[in-house]
Ligand binder design. Structure first.
Ligand code: ARG
Length: 568
């Protein structure tokens, strides 16, 4: 589609206003109210170059533009220091709707990322620990970002960097050796492992020696001692059974599960390299990298007992990923709490001389809390994600049963709508914001929720079904004259741009907000204009608008990892 801002910028640039086209382009705004036009250009910054009152400048430009032919624009007005541009509705309507009808579910797709590989480290759950509601953020946000990049033609590598190494495994093994009960473990693996872990941490808080025992157990694992490796592999196996169930419910998959232990094989080479580059210094028996010059705390690379650390494994991982994938960007979708960790990581890569540190990015997000509970594994107060997802499905089913619908498969529908509701809520706010998980809000069919959007989609599809429409070809939309229709079409038009912005900012909420806006605009249109009118032409044009809306909602939801249902 034509970039109308570009067209305006060109027009203004031709008038010798004394500022660059790119600067003009940046100044063009979308006015706060629809009756103020579709784009506006503030003339304040021209006051300097033209040495005139900005309102006068606006007036003069308007008069000049008036004389030119006005393709794309119906009228141009000046209001104080602003020039307001009103787009030619007919032109826009035809352009947008016909493009959607033609491209269908490829509307908005592009190949701008061709030849570029994006590695995305997300979900990255920890073995032998529950998949709790705190992990949902990384999982769902990471998946949406992956979908957005894919849609724009990038090749993506979804990496679930499993936390399957480190002192906590020493803790788990030490606890198992003290109190492990195989029957209990086989019956309820993760809950029981968690109990062991929590009990050990509680007792170790009063007994420093127990922490040393745990650290030694991890050391033995790193050295490949049989019994340690056997227990660790078993913990991994039972953990994965649970993870797989959750990923299946969420309908999210990964290209690899190369986690911490996988990459630890590259650690010796990294240590050697760090030594050769004179970056390691001794400190209390440990080996550290001093980052004081960059105002960062030192990074412990080798602990005093000889074990590697979390950051050591991340250094090895980043270098390995560059070798294997030659990534364009290497993104880590991880909670804000790890900010410092990543700043240290980039700095170390830079000190090692790896320029690609600039292409590694932390995509942070805020915390989830439940209305009155905090979530922490150590204290053992966990809300299991699997329980939350199943509850969402069941609650949705209850609501569905009380609705007057002709749904054929209520189980399947509740699953799609219920899981969709959880994902949508997750993706509706700026990712950096902390948010409170709230059941009432989540499933409110009239609120700003997933079910509301899905219901809007089903409503559009119901109209089309009744009219017997499956597909429509291009037409002239000259009869769509109402403001509701135009506003809806404008929001469909901006969908394309929104996808690119969401990529630029790694921000799926831009897409969820856009499809919410489209849904609300559709419902306003639906309530104000009858679709099945006697006039065949008008009826067809309105049906095509409903079809286009349903296509865009479907594409938008699929970018968020949410499926649609035809009836609801
Ligand atoms: N497993 C870690 C956690 O749950 C997150 C790992 C993030 N990825 C990374 N490469 N450090 O906190």
């Amino acid at each position: 589609m034509r970039d109308l801002k570009e067209i305006i910028a060109n027009k203004l640039c031709d008038m010798d206003l004394g500022i660059e086209k790119s600067a003009i382009y940046k100044l063009i705004e979308i006015p706060p109210r629809d009756d103020m036009g579709d784009f506006s250009f503030p003339c304040f910054s021209l006051a300097k170059t033209l040495r005139k009152n900005p309102a006068l400048i606006a007036k003069e430009i308007k008069e000049k533009l008036e004389k030119e032919e006005k393709t794309y624009f119906e009228k141009i007005e000046n209001l104080n220091a602003y020039l307001n541009f009103y787009i030619d509705r007919k032109f826009i309507q035809n352009e947008v709707l016909n493009e959607i009808l033609e491209k269908k579910e490829d509307y908005g797709r592009s190949n701008m990322g061709e030849g570029k590989t994006i590695v995305l480290d997300f979900s990255s759950v920890n073995i032998a620990k529950p998949f709790h509601i705190g992990h949902i953020r990384s999982t769902v946000i990471g998946d949406a970002i992956r979908n957005i990049f894919n849609f724009l033609g990038y090749k993506t590598v979804a990496s679930n960097y499993i936390g399957d190494y480190g002192t906590q495994f020493g803790t788990m093994i030490a606890a198992y050796k003290l109190w492990g009960d195989d029957d209990k473990l086989n019956e309820n693996p993760i809950k029981e492992l968690l109990n062991l872990y929590v009990r050990y941490n509680n007792e170790a808080a009063l007994n420093e020696e127990m922490m040393d025992v745990a650290r030694d157990e991890f050391k033995k694992l790193e050295e490949g001692e049989d019994e340690s490796v056997r227990l660790w592999s078993w913990f991994k196996e039972i953990s994965f059974k649970e993870f797989d169930r959750v990923y299946k419910l969420l309908d999210i998959d990964f290209d690899n599960y190369d986690g911490e232990s996988y990459h630890s094989e590259f650690i010796p080479a990294v240590i050697k390299e760090l030594e050769e580059k004179n970056l390691l210094v001794e400190s209390d028996g440990a080996k550290i990298i001093d980052l004081g010059e960059d105002d960062l705390p030192p990074a412990i690379i080798i602990k005093s007992n000889g074990s590697s650390a979390y950051i050591t494994r991340d250094i090895a991982t980043a270098i390995n990923r560059k070798k294997v994938y030659d990534f364009y960007e290497n993104l880590y979708v991880v909670a804000t709490q790890q900010n410092l960790h990543f700043r240290q990581l980039w700095k170390i890569l830079e000190l090692m001389g790896y320029d690609f540190y600039k292409d590694c990015k932390h995509i942070p997000f805020g915390m989830v809390s439940l209305k009155d509970k905090t979530l922490s594994t150590r204290k053992g107060q966990v809300v299991f994600l699997e329980d939350v997802l199943n509850k969402a499905i069941n609650k949705t089913k209850e609501i569905m049963k009380n609705r007057d619908t002709d749904i054929e498969d209520i189980d399947k529908t509740s699953r799609i709508v219920g899981i969709g509701a959880v994902k949508f809520q997750e993706l509706y706010n700026n990712r950096i914001k902390d948010y409170v998980f709230d059941w009432d809000e989540l499933l409110n069919f009239e609120g700003e929720t997933g079910p509301y959007v899905q219901y809007t989609y089903a409503r559009a599809k119901a109209v089309l079904r009744k009219a017997g429409v499956v597909e429509m070809t291009s037409m002239d939309f000259s009869l769509l004259n109402s403001d509701e229709e135009f506003i809806l079409i404008k929001s469909l038009r901006s969908f394309e741009d929104t996808i690119v912005k969401a990529r630029d900012r790694y921000e799926p909420s831009l897409i969820s907000r856009k499809i919410m806006e489209i849904s609300q605009n559709f419902n306003k249109f639906y309530n104000s204009s009858k679709i099945m009118v006697d006039d065949e032409n008008l009826k067809n044009q309105r049906l095509a608008l409903a079809l286009a809306t349903s296509i865009v909602i479907k594409v938008g939801l699929s970018l968020l990892g949410i499926k649609t249902v035809e009836k609801m």
